[in-house]
Design a protein around this ligand. Sequence first.
Ligand SMILES: CC(C)(COP(=O)(O)OP(=O)(O)OC[C@H]1O[C@@H](n2cnc3c(N)ncnc32)[C@H](O)[C@@H]1OP(=O)(O)O)[C@@H](O)C(=O)NCCC(=O)NCCS
Length: 161
Amino acid sequence: MIGLLRRLFGGGAPHIAAAHPRDAAAIAALHAQSFHRGWSDDEVESLLTDGNVLAHSLRVGSAFAGFVLSRCAADEAEILSIAVARRHQGRGLARQLLNMHLGRLAALGVKALFLEVDENNTAAIRLYRRAGFREVAKRPNYYPLPGGQTAAALVLRRDIA
Ligand SMILES: CC(C)(COP(=O)(O)OP(=O)(O)OC[C@H]1O[C@@H](n2cnc3c(N)ncnc32)[C@H](O)[C@@H]1OP(=O)(O)O)[C@@H](O)C(=O)NCCC(=O)NCCS
């Protein structure tokens, strides 16, 4: 059974838990692999110790494999970032991470959740649409691309019942 789980999940069963400040270096490293502009360990640590930030970490077996962070303000929140390590992508782990995070935000009294996503980020847009997010605005020329091009940011919203 353990062998089957290892084969299915590439090293062990997935486990999602509230992120701890000691996850800061692992989150910063994965953020740097996932986005053009990285976060320093200190930036991540200050987010993880901010009382208005909700953060979850994903582990597969004992390996750090993903994270999601949101900042709450009154009854609204914004997803600041979500990422799953490349070797674990495409297995529904971001969906599980986001679902757990949404449930926790709902329990905290958040009524509406917002985020910005690059219009070309197909995987993220599929993830968010499947989770019930809808486009409410578009910010042209928002993300700089190599070669002087730009991409628009889509602003997505999901109401939490
Ligand atoms: C976006 C991201 C978190 C998705 O993680 P994941 O664990 O692979 O996602 P899941 O397996 O849960 O799949 C979620 C959806 O994305 C789709 N998807 C996953 N990888 C994809 C790919 N390479 N191309 C197209 N769609 C993809 C899945 O098919 C699924 O959609 P569906 O339910 O309609 O089939 C991951 O690609 C990532 O970390 N990207 C880099 C960081 C990033 O861009 N974060 C979002 C910033 S707004």
